[in-house]
Design a protein around this ligand. Structure first.
Ligand code: ATP
Ligand code: MG
Length: 441
């Protein structure tokens, strides 16, 4: 069975611009193999939304009535992942097609028993809620119609069937797409309580698509922002990457401030922004520069954005430590360490980024040194990021007595000095060295 129930608005091929030409072959393969196996399969989520808007989808998500295990059986190149929300990743080279089983209503399937084994035995067809209504697990499977209303926003709940070429709309998503509006499905407060990350997603899509957030979808956000503090720090790190590293960091940041969410993600930053003149302009300059680099397809790293977000709190703490008698370098080191440890309670920043953040901060002190040794810093692996950071501080209005100009000229005087490649702002994975097999003698 490939067609949806008549309850949906069904838009035939000549009524919409979604063409198979613009859908990845891997996604088409996944859907056709699922159908051959007797299951339903639809393209859903961001891909349908972006194709309808005439944009290039970032990735392709498929929804099906096959359970994760059934999907896994059909594809050797697949893995069942997640616990809170079990899905299947089907891999084709570097491309991953995310296959989700239709979610159903969880109210009558609530599983109070957190016994992992019983959940496994019953196929994990369970959901689990916290006292505050947060969904700790959402693995109740259902029909296509149920799946549509379990999705977050109407524009994300449009389905495309690659065998009848129709778009299916159960939630008036097409109307919202036309009106450039992010509207949550169902009762906003309840949906945010189930999953507070939806507040961040509302903001992310509004920024990315340049859409407005519908009034009833926006209204509860400032009051429920505190619920983000209950979201696991590792998940918030992943979300943070999507917020700031996908080309719309500046408008996303401004919306986070407007809706009062920044204080629940970066509390020290939010506090410092109230007191310091430079905090917000510096962060905005870093976001603008990151967006520009992404548009130019230049490498970017979250370490740089995070260094900007937490710079002012680290700087203030450094001054406090200096006031109590510490030398500047140990003071910035200790301040950096402390500010990062506090931040880790909220967002789990991996060590591969906290190290570079601290180096960028410490380098700000070293860059103050205009003496004979200055030239030796030019080849340092962190020079480039630290110099870029220095320029942003000046752009944000800090008066550094021409320090940026000094380093710009010094580099011009020494065009021959190679900056160590590892200093680039990119977090390039290290090439993995293959271990040579010993040849049999
Ligand atoms: P992007 O362009 O960033 O990939 P997307 O809309 O595809 O945007 P994904 O995070 O890939 O976003 O999620 C795919 C789809 O899964 C969404 O479009 C939405 O329908 C659904 N979804 C994702 N996260 C949630 C959530 N927290 N609550 C409800 N539905 C969700
Ligand atoms: Mg997606």
């Amino acid at each position: 069975m490939t067609s949806a129930s008549p309850a949906a608005t069904r838009i035939p091929r000549d009524g919409h611009p979604v063409s198979r030409k613009n859908i990845s072959d891997s996604a088409l393969t996944v859907m056709s193999r699922l159908r051959s196996g007797g299951f339903q399969a639809f393209l859903v989520g961001g891909a349908v939304r972006d194709l309808l808007l005439g944009n290039h989808p970032k990735d392709f998500d498929v929804a099906t009535d096959a359970t994760p295990e059934e999907v896994h059986e059909l594809f050797r190149n697949s893995r069942v992942i997640g616990r809170r929300f079990r899905i299947v990743h089907v891999r084709f080279g570097r491309e991953i097609i995310e296959v989700t089983t239709f979610r159903g209503h969880h109210d009558n399937g609530i599983d109070d028993d957190d016994d992992e084994e019983s959940a496994q035995q019953s196929g994990n067809n369970h959901s689990k809620q916290s006292d505050s209504g947060m969904l700790l697990r959402d693995n109740v499977f259902g029909s296509l119609e149920e799946d549509a209303v379990r999705r977050d926003f109407t524009v994300n709940a449009l389905y495309y069937c690659s065998s009848d070429f129709c778009v299916y709309d159960y939630v008036d998503g097409l109307a919202d797409l036309e009106q450039h509006q992010i509207r949550i499905i169902g009762d906003a407060e309840q949906r945010y309580r189930e999953d507070p990350v939806r507040m961040l997603r509302a903001i992310r899509f509004a920024a990315k698509l340049n859409f407005s957030i519908a009034p009833q979808t926006a209204a509860p956000i400032p009051e429920l922002g505190y619920m983000l503090e209950a979201v696991p720090a590792a998940r918030l790190f992943d979300e943070m990457l999507k917020l700031f590293m996908t080309g719309h960091a500046l408008s996303t940041f401004q919306l986070l401030c407007e809706y009062g969410l920044l204080e629940h993600l970066f509390p020290a930053t939010a506090t410092e922004m109230e007191h310091s003149t430079y905090a917000q302009p510096l962060i905005e300059a870093a976001m603008r520069s990151t967006d520009r680099r992404i548009a130019e397809e230049k490498p970017v790293t979250p370490a740089f954005v995070l260094a900007a977000l937490l710079w002012e709190p680290a700087l203030q703490m450094r001054y406090d430590l200096e006031d109590s008698g510490q030398e500047p370098m140990p003071a910035i080191q200790e301040a950096g360490q402390t500010i990062i440890s506090e931040q880790l309670h909220h967002i789990a920043i991996p060590r591969r980024f906290t190290g570079p953040m601290r180096e960028i901060w410490e380098f700000q002190l070293r860059l103050q040194n205009r003496g004979n040794k200055a030239v030796s810093l030019l080849s340092h692996r962190r020079f480039r990021a630290a110099y870029d950071f220095l320029l942003l501080r000046e752009e944000a209005g800090e008066d550094l007595d021409g320090l940026g100009q000094f380093w710009t000229e010094l580099q011009e005087k020494h065009p021959d000095i190679e900056v160590d490649r590892t200093s680039s702002r990119e977090d390039r994975p290290r090439p993995r060295r293959r271990r040579r097999r010993k040849r049999p003698q």
